[in-house]
Design a protein around this ligand. Structure first.
Ligand code: TYM
Length: 350
């Protein structure tokens, strides 16, 4: 049966891209499926993090998730480093994944930049840890933004190779679940996880440059809307957002070649839970001087309550820590069972 897992790095402020591409959808999935959500602090340290700031960011991200509507009582919310099986399974996966697979990862190339010799080894094996996160819970579906697609393909490759390499052992131990791989039925241990990438805002772009994705690391704060921004900041950033001089088209086809316009319409659609078609049938023909204030009002209406709630939650850090504690204990139960199975499958004496 379906099980959802997803993660977010506790590195600074969450922004509108994180919210529309991932978190808002995590919240929605909670009504239909068991969900496990994780602040991935072990992923964060693949790049340098100031220790005291990392502690703060982990609590902040947790507060943001709770404020956005993650229900840590019904579902599981925790920070990755508290469940040691993530690191343990990642090691086994390091021994399953191939150098060639990791060499193809575009995020590593982007993050390492020109000075690849000086990137951390953790940054290179980042996707293996991510596969471990997902497979530890044998998650079937992973809601993410477009930028994580390649990592999820790697996760499937890892699961498939593990199932093949250890297929007879898995069958011997009776740990397999029948699954369809192409034409053939095999008994696999890990599911072939499906990405859930959908909606009008799978790739929210910078407000200053329609060719760059909105990101925490952009030096310009005007390029993104942070979940902690107040109404004035939100309105100002939308007012200053880069656009072209034309009015909005009345059909989606008219957004082709207009990345900034496309981005603002996508953001509106994501916030309004509507399609881009619906947004354009209402706002098509309006100049940006008209559309931007409407977008700012909508963004403030949807985001300001989250920022308020986040501030309220952050006022009691001990309560945040208790939430993470309880989540880690429940995650560790599942993770412990998987890791025990994996050890038997691989032949690691327990
Ligand atoms: P991270 O922390 O960079 O981002 C968290 C989520 O936000 C999405 N996202 C975006 N979506 C749309 N537009 C954008 N501009 C934008 N920027 C970010 C990301 O796609 C992501 O869904 N490697 C992951 C964290 C991770 C993970 C996992 C995710 C670790 N283990 C296991 C899923 C399952 C990352 O760095 O996300």
């Amino acid at each position: 049966e379906p099980r959802i897992f997803s993660g977010v790095q506790p590195t600074g402020n969450l922004h509108l891209g994180n919210y529309l591409g991932a978190i808002k959808r995590w919240v929605a999935l909670q009504t239909s499926y068991p969900c496990i959500y994780c602040a991935v602090d072990l992923h964060a340290i693949t790049m340098w993090q100031e220790p005291a700031q990392l502690e703060r960011s982990t609590r902040e991200v947790t507060a943001a998730l709770l404020a956005a509507g993650i229900d840590a009582k019904t579902h599981i919310l925790f920070n990755q480093s508290r469940v040691h099986q993530h690191a343990e399974l990642a090691w086994v996966i390091n021994c399953v994944a191939r150098m060639g697979w990791l060499n193809r990862m575009t995020q590593f190339k982007d993050k390492a930049g020109k000075d690849r010799e000086n990137a951390s080894v953790g940054l290179f094996t980042y996707p293996d840890l991510m596969a471990a996160d997902i497979l530890l819970y044998r998650a079937t579906h992973v809601p993410v933004g477009e930028d994580q697609k390649q990592h999820l393909e790697l996760t499937r490759d890892v699961a498939q190779k593990f199932n093949n390499d250890f297929g007879s052992r898995i069958a011997e131990l009776g740990l397999g679940v029948p699954m369809q791989v192409g034409e053939t039925k095999v008994d696999g241990y890990f599911p072939l996880t499906e990405p859930l990438i959908g909606g009008p805002a799978t790739r929210v772009m910078s407000l200053r440059d329609g060719s760059k994705k909105m990101s925490k690391s952009d030096p310009s704060d005007l390029s993104r809307i942070n979940l902690t921004d107040d109404a004035d900041q939100i309105s100002k950033k939308i007012r200053k957002a880069k656009t072209d001089p034309d009015a909005l088209p009345s059909e989606v086809a008219g957004l082709a070649g207009r990345p900034e316009a496309d981005n603002l319409v996508g953001i509106y659609a994501g916030l309004a839970e509507a399609s881009k078609e619906a947004v354009l049938s209402e706002h098509g023909g309006r100049p940006f001087s008209d559309f931007k204030p409407a977008l700012a009002d909508l963004a403030v209406e949807k985001l300001a309550p989250i920022a308020d709630e986040m501030r309220r939650i952050l006022a009691d850090p001990a309560e945040i820590d208790r939430t993470l504690d309880a989540g880690a204990a429940r995650a560790a139960e599942i993770a412990g069972r998987t890791m025990a199975d994996v050890k038997r499958i691989v032949g690691l004496l327990a």
